[in-house]
Design a protein around this ligand. Structure first.
Ligand code: FES
Ligand code: FES
Length: 167
């Protein structure tokens, strides 16, 4: 199939690619750029493990064409923090024991980031967090520790570093 040029901005960096028209953003991230922090599972917007931020909003990258992301800002889990500089949400997940196998965690954290950014400092209730995360499935944790981690991070949001609040 004929490929065409696409320039994507991912985690603040420009990536020039030659893509096939049907490629999803998830395929480009994992298959073309080796950014495997974003996970792959159902490929039909059912599980949430492929969630990234597109212009600050959580989206399922498995059902988004890469072409639809032209000129927009994409943030993946690799852009949120690293082992030396964890994002406050990542630190809260570790502190609260919210990570078991870890497969769902990038999607959980990106979803939680989008949700807390929308709330702009308002600490959500447990029910609100559960609703916000309801599109992301976890087979390991029973969700309670994940919910606890998100609420704990939300309570600290005013003291997050400025870059951690950016999308
Ligand atoms: S892999 Fe995208 S929602 Fe499941
Ligand atoms: S920690 Fe294993 S699927 Fe969520």
């Amino acid at each position: 199939m004929t490929r065409h040029a696409l320039d994507l901005t991912i985690n603040g960096e420009s990536h020039q690619l030659m893509i096939e028209p049907h490629w999803s953003l998830l395929h480009v991230l994992r298959g073309e750029l080796g950014m495997t922090g974003t996970k792959e599972n159902c490929l039909e917007a059912e599980c949430g493990v492929c969630t990234v931020l597109l212009d600050g909003k959580a989206v399922n990258s498995c059902i988004l064409l890469a072409e639809q992301c032209r000129g927009r800002s994409i943030v993946t889990i690799e852009g949120l923090g690293d082992p030396e500089h964890l994002h406050p949400l990542q630190a809260a997940f570790i502190k609260h024991g919210a990570v078991q196998c870890g497969y769902c965690i990038p999607g959980m954290i990106m979803t939680a980031k989008s949700f807390l950014d929308e709330r702009r400092g308002h600490v959500p209730s447990e029910a609100e967090v559960r609703e916000a995360l309801s599109g992301t499935l976890c087979r390991c944790t029973g969700y309670q520790k994940i919910v606890d981690a998100v609420i704990a991070a939300a309570r600290q949001r005013n003291s997050w570093p400025e870059e951690a609040r950016r999308s």
